[in-house]
Design a protein around this ligand. Structure first.
Ligand SMILES: Nc1ncnc2c1ncn2[C@@H]1O[C@H](COP(=O)(O)OP(=O)(O)OP(=O)(O)O)[C@@H](O)[C@H]1O
Ligand SMILES: [Mg+2]
Length: 379
């Protein structure tokens, strides 16, 4: 759940950051545009106020203060008919500054008023810094509120999830005893000499075994806290040989194990046996005729591959097969019963062993399990 909280928080922070970034960008463009227009308007007004026949340094200072344009350059030129009218922006000789000018004509006089564009732009920089600071503070406040909000929601989800788990666990537990009684009663009835009802009893027994299986799996998934299980040194090769012993009567199994290597890991033998049994039983269930089990050791991991030649899984369905209650194409598997819990049990058990599982499906299905040697020795 902590993972969910962090994921939600990072996504939330990213969205808020992007929104603030867009807002800041839009605001700066608007600010610059309105500032440009404002400066151009002021230059036009200045030019209109200047009397070319009677313009003194005092008048220049007065206008400068009135329109708050610093510095202000005024050029009055007589009899020059080819001077371009209107606005222009030019770089100065040192290329650092830009000069914005407005030229107008009054009678025979050209009046050109100019100012440093960049000096005036400094005002934008001040506004931009203030606005960035405000945005940053808003960003922090929104993040803090968002974190609190996400925390409350995730806690609520956690509580509901726990309740649901408890409910599942209680229901499965309650079902266990009556199912066991029904099973033993049917088994006793089947021992009876009278064979008339055997067909019905056998089919009843099958259904009960099926219900038993789902309650066991649900109980396992809801009751066990696998992260706290005690791990001991176990020999993976030995475990595989035991599984070979158990399943080779049901399906052809080829073992590929390098005898020179040792395959000792820290693990829970019962749990690992349960996980690998689920994978092998799936191969049998989904019509494989043959399984290859390959055990390899590298410098820092042991790689166990279980490969079958069964019906396979479509590529686009592979990412979901470890989800609880997920079954590939119900209609395809209609005649094959299952609850979609086996592989989620596998996933949980392997997670407790810090092992990774990958799946491929070309012809048949291939599960590749990696047990990291380093982490296991520190466990
Ligand atoms: N070896 C396989 N070959 C083909 N399909 C497989 C194989 N292993 C798993 N699948 C597909 O993945 C799905 C999920 O497998 P999982 O073991 O979780 O559920 P299940 O076998 O349907 O039911 P359960 O194991 O709970 O009885 C299966 O429904 C099946 O479609
Ligand atoms: Mg299964």
């Amino acid at each position: 759940m902590n993972n969910l909280k962090n994921q939600l928080f990072y996504k939330f922070a990213l969205v808020v950051f992007i929104i603030i970034l867009i807002f800041e960008g839009a605001m700066l463009i608007a600010l610059k545009k309105s500032f440009d227009t404002h400066l151009k308007d002021k230059l036009a007004l200045v030019a209109s106020e200047i009397n070319p026949k009677n313009f003194s340094p005092n008048a220049l200072i007065e206008i400068q203060h009135k329109y708050k344009i610093f510095p202000l350059f005024v050029k009055i030129i007589n009899n020059k008919s080819n001077l371009p009218l209107g606005y222009s922006i030019k770089k100065t000789s040192n290329k650092k500054e830009k000069i914005i000018s407005f030229t107008t004509k009054k009678g025979n006089y050209f009046i050109k008023v100019s100012t440093f564009y960049s000096t005036n732009e400094d005002k934008i920089k001040i506004i931009r810094t203030i606005s960035l600071l405000i945005s940053f503070i808003i960003f922090l406040i929104v993040l803090m509120l968002g974190y609190k909000f996400i925390d409350t929601i995730v806690t609520q989800i956690e509580i509901s999830f726990k309740k649901l788990k408890n409910f599942n666990s209680n229901v499965s537990h309650e079902l266990k005893t009556p199912l066991a009684i029904m099973k033993s009663e049917i088994e006793v009835a089947l021992m009876n000499e009278d064979k008339k009802c055997d067909k019905t009893l056998n089919s009843l027994l099958q259904e009960i075994n099926y219900l038993n299986d789902i309650t066991e799996k649900l109980l396992f998934l809801t009751k066990n806290d696998l992260n706290n299980c005690k791990l001991k040194e176990i020999d993976l090769e030995e475990l595989i040989l035991e599984l070979f012993e158990k399943y080779s009567k049901k399906i052809h199994i080829s073992l590929h194990i390098n005898e020179d290597d040792e395959y000792i890991i820290k693990g829970d033998k019962t749990l690992l046996k349960m996980a690998l049994s689920n994978i092998i039983e799936n191969s049998i269930k989904y019509k494989a005729l043959k399984i290859d089990i390959i055990l390899k050791k590298t410098k820092n991991k042991i790689i166990l591959t279980i490969k079958d030649n069964g019906m396979g899984i479509p590529k686009e369905k592979l990412p979901f097969i470890f989800d609880e209650f997920y079954r590939v194409d119900e209609s395809h598997n209609k005649e094959i019963k299952g609850f979609g819990l086996g592989l989620s049990i596998v996933k949980n058990i392997l997670k407790a062993h810090k092992a990774k599982i990958k799946v491929k499906s070309e012809r048949g299905v291939e599960f590749i399990i990696e047990f990291p040697l380093k982490e296991l020795s520190n466990h």
